[in-house]
Design a protein around this ligand. Structure first.
Ligand code: GPU
Length: 839
């Protein structure tokens, strides 16, 4: 896995030569690309000049990788995902290319600051949270493991909204990530494809007398691919992120224009471009919006047509398509790919149903990412039929054949037929996308052991009984390149100096750190790294108005989407309780704590927005109370995104993973914290279970009910009020909020939240409260013994091998995709000295 023939060379003369070339590159790009003199250039100009220079250094590998795909009989992974939360590109590309040091010297010798340039990048926030970020980690690992892959998705003009906090409330602002110019993408206008919607279907007889079906769409749009190279870590392989943008087939209609209907002429263009305008900011909340279905169909049809085109470039027909492509459905968002591929095979390429079904089911595999019922996608049959009439016909046919099979398998059992049908007929009729995905795939997986077990026993139990070998587990992972090397350079340096840098591509090697827990010098350096990371963030947030954060405090961090099931309010109840106790007893023996929150709420999710308001309201009161000065501080960091994650995971002492057991499919933030030496306080939910298994129970702060206890309590009849009445500390905390202590006496403001906790408490916050508070007490005690804490932290990081996305991708390759690495050699060399001679 070493790169041959690159600029990545250690000799000093080569180094200074390369730096000279890089500096010349910056100046060239500034002059010819940006068209400015250095003295007139903006920071954005400099950012673009540096990025274009770096991009040029990737081109040779990029073009060779594409040629390798075309030449060899290699299998490609097509990763279909409505979200790719890539985070900033420049820094990551520098690290993966091994160019960080040279470029930063060249930048500095040009009189600029590399940090400033890197921080200037407007990150592509084309995802909501965990699911989109997972897709990005997987692209990094695919390239690093030298697996040919194309990530297919949507080039949203507006990604995830920017969050501001105004008077404690979340305010959403449009994300204009493309506005400053995107140096990492290549528009491929000549590879456009056409996408239909609406209209009707008709039967006809072709020239050979075969009865066929044709879809006559009412509207057409064009899908334009934009390619972003995804480079692996220190390998020549460059994969592709291909994002589709919608355009009108013609820019405007001159007939309409000539008769003076300017509005009408532009209307079609606007309607077409609306499709890829904006990312829906709802995380795990199905909304049933027509435009969202259109987005899904749009990018799926573009991508399937693209793969078919690539395949037919090499082979005479689609018979062997599953040997060339393994297509992964990232949750059900792309599940419409199943009927779309059937349509392409049958209506366009004239396969029989049976042949087509064989190809389709050998092509797709489906990953489920949630157990929350409100997240499961079900489209109204009416809407789907209006938008995609041919696809609805195909879905009915798939369903009819599937249910025949079920009737044969389970004679007389009408209930199982009702339960497993793709069509939900309990009221208004819906298409259940998870069923469609399960039936159309050869493999299904959950994203953590516990999650997969729950899928097998509950959500997909019928499918598991029918096809016992189809459902498997692939535990999520995250890339150590971005989440350690890039974001925590101090820790990465310390680790590499102790055990070498092999861990970066083989995270199990971190095990070599374990004996060092008995090396006091190493432990001290470890503590120093954490301390300096904490100082960095204190420096950022020390303004003359706000509180100055104490770097000696325990940094207790919960960053993730705001959702009731993730229970940010459980964290808050503990904070309020601690505040209350400190006020009543200034001698309370607890370490100083800084609580840090971050995360966005879906704009329509009132309760989540109220939780944000409550966090900020409690922060206002606590931070300005002299009685708890330097002992208790609360910070809500606005606009949590990948960039802010880079800062937060490395400085955390404690990672909050406190969802109700059975609700978080996996979680991935839990892994990022742990690799950076934070300890976890968590429930037995999602991947927490496996993290605890790896780091050993004594290095994990466990609290709360497990899934069985949750189930038992629910069955026994859960009454949160009883708990409230019996727990004095809890009562005091809830009352403080309810009586308006954090809302200037306003007793109405937080009532919806308090009422929900007292009368429904769907996520059993009160039931887990006591156990949580006691566990937090233990956390505080251990933190007061820094030697012990540090050993636990080192053991956590040392045992994170399993949670590298390299391991996850290796699992997918072996269990699901059956693909092998394809190392890329740099055959295609340099441009001809005397220019091209065009044929
Ligand atoms: N997840 Br479904 C999302 O972030 N968005 C979604 O729409 C769905 C799932 C998350 C899960 O909540 C999280 O537990 C998991 O780690 C992540 O997907 C990646 O699998």
């Amino acid at each position: 896995m070493t790169r041959t023939n690159t600029t990545d060379c250690n000799s000093h003369t080569n180094d200074s030569n390369n730096i000279k070339k890089l500096k010349r590159g910056f100046a060239y790009k500034l002059f010819y690309q940006q068209g400015v003199w250095p003295q007139n250039a903006s920071l954005n100009d400099y950012y673009l000049a540096v990025s274009y220079t770096v991009r040029d250094r990737m081109q040779k590998m990029f073009l060779n990788s594409i040629r390798a795909l075309q030449e060899k009989d290699s299998k490609i992974v097509g990763y279909l995902s409505a979200e790719f939360l890539m985070g900033p590109h420049l820094h990551n590309n520098l690290i993966n290319l091994g160019l960080y040091d040279q470029v930063s010297r060249a930048v500095e010798e040009s009189g600029l600051d590399i940090k400033q340039i890197i921080d200037h990048e407007e990150e592509p926030g084309l995802g909501n949270g965990g699911l989109g970020r997972l897709a990005a980690c997987y692209l990094d690992s695919l390239a690093t493991l030298q697996i040919p892959a194309i990530g297919y998705g949507i080039r949203y003009e507006f990604g995830m909204f920017d969050q501001e906090i105004e008077n404690g409330w979340q305010k959403e602002l449009g994300d204009r990530w493309l506005h400053p110019g995107n140096p990492w993408e290549f528009k491929k206008a000549h590879m456009a494809v056409e996408i239909g919607s609406g209209g009707y279907t008709e039967r006809y007889t072709d020239d050979h007398g075969n009865l066929r079906v044709r879809w006559v769409p009412a509207r057409m749009v064009k899908g334009i691919p934009y390619d972003t190279p995804v480079i692996g870590y220190r390998v020549n392989n460059v994969n592709l992120l291909r994002l589709w943008s919608a355009e009108a087939p013609k820019s405007f209609d001159f007939d309409d224009f000539n008769v003076g209907d300017y509005q009408g002429a532009v209307h079609e263009k606007i309607m077409a471009e609306t499709i890829t305008k904006v990312l829906y900011p709802n995380d795990e909340q199905f909304r049933g919006k027509e435009l969202r279905l259109l987005q899904q169909y749009f990018f799926v049809s573009c991508s399937m047509q693209d793969m078919v085109r690539i395949h037919l470039f090499q082979f005479p027909n689609l018979d062997n398509f599953p040997d060339k492509f393994a297509v992964q459905l990232n949750d059900t968002h792309p599940a419409i790919a199943v009927p779309e591929f059937m349509r392409l095979l049958i209506d366009v390429h004239h396969y029989s149903w049976e042949q087509a079904w064989d190809i389709v089911t050998h092509t797709f595999a489906y990953t489920n990412h949630t157990l929350l019922p409100e997240a499961l996608e079900k489209w109204s049959v009416d809407m789907l039929g209006r938008l995609l009439p041919r696809h609805l016909e195909i879905i009915y046919e798939i369903n009819s054949r599937f249910l025949d099979l079920i009737r044969i398998k389970y004679p007389g059992d009408v209930d199982v037929v009702r339960r497993m049908s793709i069509i939900d007929e309990s009221g208004e009729r819906y298409v259940r996308m998870a069923h469609l995905a399960c039936i159309g795939s050869h493999a299904i997986n959950g994203v953590a052991e516990l999650h997969t077990r729950l899928l097998k026993n509950h959500t997909l139990a019928d499918f598991h009984r029918l096809w016992p070998d189809k459902l498997t587990n692939v535990t999520n992972g995250v890339t150590p390149r971005r989440w350690m090397v890039l974001s925590n350079p101090r820790l990465a340096r310390l680790i590499s100096s102790a055990i070498g840098d092999g861990w970066i591509t083989d995270l199990y090697k971190l095990r070599k750190l374990e004996p060092l827990v008995d090396d006091p010098a190493f432990c001290e350096k470890w503590q120093q790294v954490k301390f300096e990371n904490k100082q960095d963030i204190c420096a950022m947030f020390s303004c003359d108005c706000g509180p100055v954060f104490n770097p000696y405090a325990l940094f207790d961090v919960q960053v993730k989407r705001i959702h009731e099931y993730k229970r940010q309010h459980l964290n808050l109840l503990h904070i309020v309780n601690l505040y209350h106790r400190l006020k009543n007893n200034p001698d309370l023996d607890v370490p100083p704590r800084t609580f840090i929150f971050g995360g966005k709420a879906a704009p329509g999710y009132t309760m989540a927005k109220l939780i944000i308001k409550l966090i900020n309201s409690v922060a206002d009161v606590v931070n300005s109370d002299p009685d708890v000065k330097n002992r208790l501080q609360i910070l809500f960091i606005p606009n949590f995104n990948v960039q802010i994650g880079h800062m937060l995971y490395p400085m955390a002492d404690l990672s909050e993973q406190i969802s109700l057991a059975g609700k978080e499919a996996s979680g991935t933030g839990n892994m990022k914290f742990s690799m950076n030496g934070a300890l976890t306080i968590g429930t037995l939910d999602g991947a927490n279970v496996e993290i605890r298994e790896e780091v050993a129970p004594e290095n994990f702060f466990l609290f709360g009910m497990d899934v069985n206890a949750v189930e038992d309590l629910r069955r026994a009849g859960y009454n949160p009020q009883t708990i409230y009445n019996q727990n004095e500390g809890l009562k005091a905390a809830i009352n403080l909020i309810a009586m308006g202590h954090f809302s200037h006496g306003d007793q109405e403001l937080f009532r919806p939240l308090i009422d929900s906790l007292l009368y429904h408490d769907p996520y059993m916050v009160l039931a887990d409260y006591q156990s949580y508070v006691e566990c937090q007490q233990k956390v505080g005690e251990v933190f007061q013994d820094p030697g012990r804490w540090t050993k636990m932290a080192i053991r956590n990081a040392a045992r994170m091998g399993k949670f590298s996305s390299d391991r996850s991708i290796a699992d997918y390759c072996r269990k699901v995709w059956k693909v092998k690495p394809l190392p890329v050699e740099l055959k295609l060399q340099r441009l001809p000295e005397n220019g091209f001679k065009f044929p």
